[in-house]
Design a protein around this ligand. Structure first.
Ligand code: ATP
Length: 143
């Protein structure tokens, strides 16, 4: 079967690297689905859910920020600010991180010097982690 060489890395580590059949990626212009032999493309990632199929089945990941590049040699590389496989997501940790960011955001109103956009991006990242983590749990319970 026709496959695509896929690698997804963060500044910390390579999260996944293998041959896949297809992948759906959240980008700033909407979700795109990439199949083997796609034409070259560069696009920007948005916080969301990434799904891909390899010879073990379908996998789910939470990603936020970064970019993707499809090269002419049937290779897809994603450099993400954050990427976690759904089965590794700690939902409580994400919820705590979101609550902390929300608390800090409240302080903005009382005149403290806080980077509002950065906090918003953190909240978006943690809410996305929670959503993907919960979706994975539900799939596991129902399958
Ligand atoms: P904290 O929850 O401590 O506030 P953080 O949001 O500051 O964490 P990041 O800088 O986003 O953490 O990520 C640090 C590392 O921890 C990365 O490898 C990231 O994939 C992982 N990570 C962060 N949050 C979670 C989570 N809820 N579940 C699993 N892995 C996580």
């Amino acid at each position: 079967m026709n496959t695509l060489k896929f690698k997804i890395a963060t500044p910390e580590k390579v999260v996944y690297e293998n041959e896949i059949f297809q992948v759906s990626i959240p980008t700033t212009t909407g979700e795109i689905t990439i199949l083997p032999n796609h034409s070259p493309l560069v696009s920007i990632l948005q916080a969301g859910e990434l799904r891909f199929k390899d010879n073990e089945g379908e996998h789910l990941m939470a990603v936020s920020g970064g970019f993707l590049e499809i090269r002419a040699n049937n290779e897809l590389i994603i450099l993400a600010d954050n990427a976690e496989r759904a089965e590794h997501i700690d939902i409580d940790r994400a919820e705590e991180a979101r609550n902390r960011a929300e608390e800090q955001m409240k302080a903005v109103k009382t005149g403290e010097d806080i980077d509002y956009a950065k906090l918003q991006a953190i909240i978006e990242r943690e809410v996305n982690r929670m959503r993907v983590g919960k979706k994975y749990k539900n799939i596991k319970i129902n399958s």
